[in-house]
Design a protein around this ligand. Sequence first.
Ligand code: ATP
Ligand code: MG
Length: 156
Amino acid sequence: HSTLLIKTLSRIIKNFEVIHENFTFELIEHKLKNSIVQISENHFEQIMIILLDNAVKYSDEIQKVDVSIEEDHDHEMVRITVRDYGLGIPEEDLSKIFHRFYRVDKARSRAKGGNGLGLSIAKQLVESYEGDIRATSELGKGTSITFSLPMIKDAI
Ligand code: ATP
Ligand code: MG
């Protein structure tokens, strides 16, 4: 249920707020109809943790992360975006960040730790629910990762 989805989202964000005290997390909630999203809470949480972890890890001076949740125009998908104001990703790397083990700048990324697996796992999870995930970014300005999940309209 979308109410449950927002509750889960708030809980995950609160956990990140506790761990990353210097960061500001904002949940931007657009109007949702009372629709059902078909995903297990565990998988949803796993996807969110991967995206929030990246947003924090690849931010620098501006330590702010916006999470927005909204329905697409025909109310068939719910769309969740995690936006940071960090390092950004060069245009030529954008399509590759969802590949297993791909990391943008080897030197930069090594210092941050990690295996280059997070986004490939997130993509697999999202796609297993017939959803999709994509990235937009501007180098030095920040990154947005958006994933969509199909919704079932309530009977009444
Ligand atoms: P892991 O998630 O396995 O700990 P990782 O963060 O390097 O390691 P991914 O989450 O798959 O792996 O991300 C792949 C690469 O995409 C990262 O190494 C980084 O270069 C780039 N990237 C991912 N998210 C962001 C972001 N929000 N801002 C800038 N670069 C990003
Ligand atoms: Mg990662």
